[in-house]
Every structure is written in C-alpha cells, then in structure tokens.
Design a protein around this ligand. Structure first.
Ligand code: NAD
Length: 351
C-alpha cells in the first residue's frame, strides 16, 4: 500500500528530539514499522503541490490538525485509490467530510488522545486573561514596574460566570478543573448531559444565547462543522457581556476573524486567547497577531509530548487494524460506510 503522511516540519530540534513524534522528521514513529511490512511510506511537509502529486496514487493519508493538509472536495475527486484518512490528533474539519463520505473513504481521528492537554490549556488561557498575565509579563521584560496599570485590569476568577460551549470530552475536563476555582458554570451542547452528570460536574444547561449574555468568560469546545463555522459572528460577539473574555482552543473558523478584531478594538471584549487560527499556519499578517488584549499562541495545546505519544500510538493501532482487515475502534470513526457517523459531527451533516 502507499501511505502518505503530511506533517509539520520540525527542523533540527525534531532531529535531535525523537519524542517530537508529530513532526515530519520523526513521522509518528511509523517509518520502520511500515517499511518492515513492505509498504511504501512517504512523508511530506508540503500540503499543496507535493500532496497533489501523490494524491491520485495514495491508499492511506495521514494528516494532523496542527499542520492541516486541507483535503478538499477537489483533492478527494482526484484520490481514486484513497480508502482511509487518519487524523493524528482530534478534529477532522480540515477534511471535506461530506465528500469523503460520498467517495466511501473512511475518516478516523484519535479520539481522546489530547483532551487533557487541551483542557489544561483552556484553564491556562482563562487565567492568563482574567489575571492580566501577558501585560504584567511584558512589563518585566521591558524593565518597567507599574502595579496600578496591571491591577486596573486584573481580576479574581472566583465567583465569575464561565460559559462552556460544547460539553464533550474537553468541555467536561475543563469543568472538572475549574470546579476548584468556585466559579458558576453554564454550558450549552447539542446533546445535553444527564442530570446526574451535570450534578457531578457542577454545571447547568443554558441556551447558548443566554450564556452569551451572562458569562464573564466563554470557552468554545465544539468541533468545526457547517453549524459552528462562523458561530461567533459579529452579532454574537457583540451580544457578549461588555468586558467579557473569550477563549477558543476549538477551531479558528468558529470565530469571525474581523468581527473579533473589531470587538477587541472597541473594548467590547476585554480579551481573547487560544491556539487555533484559520488558515494554519497563520499568515505573517494575520490580524489576530496584532489585535489588542490577546493571548494567542500557535496551535500546540493538543500536541504536548505526552499527547504526541498517545496519538502516534493511536495512528499505529488504526493502521495495524486496517492493514489486517480488522475494524477500527468505533469511537475513532468520523466518516464510515458512506456517512458521517461521529455523534459530534453527524447532527450538522444530517441537516
Ligand atoms: P467531543 O466530540 O468529545 O466533544 C464535542 C462536543 O461538541 C460534543 O459534545 C458535541 O455534541 C458538541 N457540539 C457539536 N456541535 C455543536 C453545536 N453546534 N452546538 C453545541 N455543541 C455542539 O470533542 P472534544 O475531544 O471535546 O474536542 C472538541 C474540539 O476541540 C475538536 O473537534 C477539535 O476541533 C478541538 N480540539 C483542539 C485541539 C487543540 O490542540 N487546540 C485538540 C483537540 C481538539
């Protein structure tokens, strides 16, 4: 079989550090494993021309959300041998799922592999914004010491209203971690939790628009689907409480790029943080690099060394099963047998 992986260029540091498994240099630890089994394994960093050169002869394509190869409808139409697309990580929105379904291509991701990594990052982003960490850190670097300037925008998280949009694996882990901060947590999800689960997590189901009006902090934890694409548009951003914070580690496209900049420039939102952008990698002049009061980082929350190990093992498991004609783990499947089967995505595709 011809197996192609499109992974981020890790450079010298990745060559010296085998634990950076998600890089092209270390290729998810698959090189010897696949070559020993007699398969052709090609690793690319170029997700445009080079991918296009190989797409028509590829049987299995491995991609990652951190360096997303956009597997568009057009690419899928040229991929006559393609049977399986694997996402090393969580979130397969860079693949046209409807097109994959109609071409009977299976799409799977490594569900759960990095959800703790992201939940920790969400808590970090919330604290960075609410406690005004970035301006305080900048003062230190700039040789300054102005307590009033920092304190004028620094708050306790305690007693604040936190809204969680999307209460899946990451959303729930965020709640477990935030419980210790004594906040009031409201959530929205297309599939509400059971009452007992709400009780254990200390959260209350609330319609999305009410959360938006009440929350001091909102964290977005839904997949990017046709429903959530652009969900935080100008209207919703300006419906948020004045002075609220927004954290997005889900996907950049869920938030309207220019409306967000406007809401920060006008001082409607007090801050925005996250690690997800559109497109990725973010262009040098992406407006979110220079908007006021942000705490943005490159897309890395779900690719800690521990997470890389987990998703590399998951990819190996999927490959072994597929190559031995055994079914993939059910919870990994996003598209299978001609349909979008993951409950997190399928609602949006049924409409
Ligand atoms: P999950 O499938 O466990 O949970 C997603 C939840 O969102 C589900 O409960 C689903 O019902 C809900 N949902 C879907 N559409 C919705 C809508 N329109 N309105 C309300 N709720 C909706 O997934 P997860 O593991 O929690 O991951 C969530 C997303 O986070 C991923 O799809 C991915 O985009 C992103 N992610 C980012 C990183 C990172 O490194 N930044 C890493 C992992 C995942």
């Amino acid at each position: 079989m011809k197996i192609v992986a499109v992974l981020y260029p890790g450079g010298e540091i990745a060559k010296r550090t085998p634990a950076i498994l998600g890089s092209a240099e270390n290729a998810l630890g698959l090189t010897n494993f696949l070559k020993d089994k007699g398969h052709e394994f090609i690793v690319l960093t170029d997700k445009e021309e080079e991918l296009d050169k190989h797409i028509s002869t590829t049987d299995i394509l491995i991609t990652t959300p951190f360096w997303p190869a956009y597997v568009t409808k057009e690419r899928i139409s040229k991929a006559s041998n393609l049977k399986l697309i694997l996402t090393a990580g969580v979130g397969s929105d860079h693949i046209d799922l409807a097109a994959a379904a109609s071409s009977k291509i299976t799409v799977a991701e490594i569900t759960g592999s990095n959800v703790v990594s992201v939940a920790e990052q969400v808590v970090m982003h919330i604290l960075a914004l609410v406690r005004n960490y970035i301006p305080a850190y900048k003062q230190v670097i700039e040789g300054r010491w102005d307590i009033a300037e920092i304190a004028s925008n620094a708050h306790d998280l305690e007693d604040k209203v936190v809204g969680i949009i999307g209460m899946g694996r990451i959303g729930q882990r965020v709640c477990e971690r935030l419980k210790a901060f004594d906040v009031k947590m409201l959530y929205h999800d297309q599939i509400p939790l059971r009452t007992a689960e709400e009780f254990v997590l200390g959260v209350r189901y609330t319609p999305r628009d009410q959360i938006v009006e009440q929350a001091d902090v909102i964290t977005i934890n839904t997949p990017l689907t046709p429903e959530t694409d652009g969900m935080f548009n100008r209207d919703l951003l300006f419906k948020m409480k004045k002075g609220a914070y927004l954290v997005n580690t889900a996907r950049g496209k869920i938030v309207d790029t220019h409306a967000l900049v406007e809401s920060l420039e006008e001082g409607h939102l007090a801050g925005y943080a996250g690690d997800v952008w559109y497109p990725q990698p973010a262009t040098g002049d992406h407006p979110w690099r220079h908007m006021p009061n942000h705490a943005m980082v490159p897309h890395y929350s779900g690719t800690t060394l521990e997470a890389q190990n987990r998703y590399a093992n998951g990819i190996k498991d999927c490959l072994m099963r597929f190559l031995e004609n055994r079914p993939l783990e059910q919870q990994y499947l996003i598209v299978d047998k001609g349909g979008v089967v993951s409950p997190s995505y399928s609602y949006a595709f049924k409409k």
